[in-house]
Design a protein around this ligand. Structure first.
Ligand code: PA5
Length: 394
């Protein structure tokens, strides 16, 4: 992984701000080292064999796994599933992601579909109290209870939740479903290397590769801090929006993962860089106009992949054309007053994606500390939940 924070940002950055935030390095590192919720810096992955065992059991009787989760506890799974599943080739086994909507038409169609297929369910909720998850799980369990015998459900319902607390853990203890634990000191959006993500991902990629990349990525502490300083300084200079830009269509959910990570980590106490995302070249023909000539509140982070499968079109390797366009866009945007960070991956593999992802976890945590907020809570999310509860009780 090559991280180029400075080449296309230094001409925009205020040196005094960079100095000011850089000088906080040891304080920021210490804050993270002492944080209660820093379990993701050294996650216990000894559960991998158990994950693979339960995956094999699911594969032996199911054609589909319904992953019920929302927010940081599940988005990494949807991101990597999209990235590492072929665009068009029919799959013998598929993952359906549910729990992110209260749309009745989606739910109706999902329940009708599940009547027709052999499936298992992985319910993921650290708190065990998230409304969307509880409703979706109840609806799907009703279908399962009609369709399968009680003892079959023991093999088809897998619950991932807090080790001791919550309704879901109670259900595991009472009924005996298979279960995984999300450690107390790892929050949803930092849970990539817990079973919340590793179990669903074991169906679509080599999780051992992902794990080894993840531990590599944690070594990029200095680079992550420089990037956090750059973001923090640009924010003070009025660049309050970061656009994550990819040149591969199957990065859509990965960019959603980044938005979730930074949005919930930083957006507190009236501060935070607003994360947005774009897939090029599609979005060059929409928001590209705004970026080039509109309000100068945006900086961009471009993802570049050095090697992709070869596809010759009109005598040229299409990927080289894609990269040429990417470099041209960076030059054009820089000339239009937009600072650009570049992150290059050698190729698109679970190992490299593990590496880049843990790097981003570091960037998010460091950025939070540079904004003087707690990177690991999300008190604002509670406000809508309280409002919903009070209306439901009326
Ligand atoms: O990143 C986070 O911590 C949140 O987005 C949570 O993952 C999300 O709110 C779901 O919470 P839970 O896993 O408790 O159902």
């Amino acid at each position: 992984m090559k991280i180029d924070v400075m080449s296309h940002t230094s001409q925009f950055l205020d040196d005094d701000l960079v100095k000011k935030y850089s000088s906080r390095k040891s304080e920021v590192f210490q804050s993270l080292d002492c944080a209660h919720m820093n379990g993701w810096l050294n996650p216990d992955v000894s559960v991998v064999d158990e994950i693979l065992k339960i995956r094999d059991k699911v594969l032996s009787h199911s054609k589909c796994l319904v992953v019920i989760g929302i927010g940081g506890s599940y988005l990494g799974s949807q991101a990597f599933y999209q990235m590492f599943t072929p665009y068009f080739k029919e799959q013998d086994f598929k993952i359906i992601f549910a729990g992110t909507t209260l749309s009745s038409s989606y739910m109706r169609e999902l329940l009708d579909y599940l009547e027709t297929v052999d499936f298992s369910v992985n319910v993921i909720s650290k708190s065990g109290t998230t409304m969307e998850i509880s409703l979706t799980y109840s609806a799907i369990k009703e279908v399962m209870e009609k369709k399968y015998k009680k003892e079959e459900l023991l093999d088809r319902i897998i619950i991932t939740t807090d080790p001791v607390k919550g309704n879901l853990r109670r259900e595991v203890e009472e009924v005996g479903y298979s279960s995984f634990e999300i450690p107390d000191n790892i929050g949803g959006r930092y849970s990539l290397l817990t079973p919340a993500h590793l179990f669903p991902l074991s169906f679509c990629l080599d999780i051992k590769e992902l794990i080894s990349g993840y531990f590599e990525g944690l070594k990029y502490k200095d680079e992550a801090f420089s990037y956090a300083v750059c973001r923090r300084s640009l924010f003070d200079q009025g660049k309050v929006v970061e656009s994550f830009v990819a040149y591969e269509n199957n990065w859509y959910y990965y960019l959603e993962w980044l938005k979730q990570l930074f949005g919930e980590t930083e957006g507190k106490s009236g501060v935070g860089v607003l994360p947005v995302s774009m897939i090029h070249t599609r979005d060059l023909h929409s928001l590209g106009q705004f970026i080039q000539e509109g309000n100068k509140i945006v900086f961009e982070t471009f993802f570049k992949i050095k090697n992709m499968p070869n596809c010759n079109v009109c005598g040229d390797d299409l990927h080289q054309t894609n990269l040429l366009v990417e470099d041209s866009v960076i030059s054009a945007h820089v000339s239009g007053g937009v600072p650009c960070v570049e992150i290059e991956l050698e190729k698109l593999t679970p190992k490299f994606m593990g590496e880049i992802s843990s790097f981003f976890l570091l960037v998010a945590a460091y950025s939070g500390y540079l904004f003087n907020i707690d990177p690991f809570n999300q008190p604002g999310v509670e406000v809508y939940k309280t409002e919903v509860r009070s209306r439901l009780e009326k």
